[in-house]
Design a binder for this molecule. Sequence first.
Ligand SMILES: [Fe+2]
Length: 505
Amino acid sequence: MQRRSFIAGLGSAFLLPGLARAAAPLAAEPFGLGIASGRPQPQSVVLWTRLMADNPAERLGTAIKVGWSVAEDERMQKIVRSGEATAEPQWGHSVHVDVEGLKPRRPYWYRFTVQGKASPIGRTRTAPDPAERLATARFAFASCQMYEHGFYSAHRHMAGEDLDAVLFVGDYIYERSWGREHVRRHETGIPTSIEEFRDRYALYKFDPDLQAVHAAHPWIVTWDDHEVTNDYANDSSPDVRDPGLFLRIRAAAYQAFWEHMPLSNKVKPSGPSFRLYDRYRFGDLAEVFVLDDRQYRSPNACFPESYHNRYLVDCADRLDPARSMLGAEQEAWFADGMKRASARWNLVAQQTLMAQLDSGKDGKHRFWADGWDGYPMARQKLLDAVTASPTRDTLVLGGDVHSFWTADLKRDYAAARSLVVATEFVGGSITSQPQADKTSQERASRNPHIRYAKGGVNGYGVVTLDARHAAVTFRTVDKVKERSSPVSDLARFVVEAGQPGAQRA
Ligand SMILES: [Fe+2]
């Protein structure tokens, strides 16, 4: 199916929102949204696809059987697992297969079939055995792929990297149009129903570069705000003030997220609730904690004024120790996991910049309400759990701020002697309009624990671990507004084991 007819189909769906969509035949290319794998474990991975109707303005009707197979070779000669899954209408005809019984730390290739048609072949990789002594482990971390702001050359390049997994930390879709110099359009308005969210994911998923990176590596995913709506916090939204109505939108958004991600059948969303946070282990080198800082957080400090002026200046509420970013249950889970961690490195994959970033001038303090600076006591609690971990080295990986950052994480930024307890890297945005570099530099210069900042560019990060070092490289896209652009290295850092804090390499 041509991209143009897909987008035209979305347009007609938008023009007829009140009409039930007709049950349509399967598309000539039923796997037009691509294939994916994720949730790598030593013996299992999840495979994903979603069947397409002939016309995206219409919907497939009844449940459809889909075959899948997993092989040890790229030509799919040595099949080791195969079976049949059902694409059900109530889950948008998405397919999620929990493939069990695999061997640890090795590549596998996979393919789906439906009604005599085969998908492209994808490659995935199982995690190493938890006890295995690994020489290295390698992850890309990425976020913020606003469709209208650029093309996905970063993803095309990431597909060619040698990785154990991609860590995607949020803003996979954007619910609304914003920013300058759009290179393509959403075509439809702000989604609120399950059908509208499915269309938005389908539009993004139709991109060939995004499909390529999904077909090349297993993904470990979490979300940020734009998978639902800008700057939402738990059941409160800046736009929809009725929490009951907002939770119905959140339920549709969470369901569509599950339907389009390589997530397990064992963890499906239930109404507006979805347990997304998770922990992974990669041999003796890495314990990866994936956080959800949206679903359970307390409302913005000094709400609702902070929704108008997104910065907090004099807001005593900000320091209320009862305010939570992760919610009590996830906090306890994190603290327990940190206490029992036994790999060489802890990685914390989460949404946004964790280090304090005071943007006040002339002796005044000013903090971004929506990030960790709006929840400083929750940040202290999280860093206390990091400090209590027997694993001494923790890296925090983030996104959201559409710029690159390297920072020392301290429990208390007001105390000059507060120790560095972890090292933070924020990996830019895939396409989303970057923060102006002037702004990044100004803010970095007033916050001495910020070791590096770069705005005005797009890209992602790659972290390579061994027993003694963690090396992080920031990669940038030369021309995000062009369909195909080279990607080059922006900066490189090394963290020595036992010595938190990054050194420029
Ligand atoms: Fe973003």
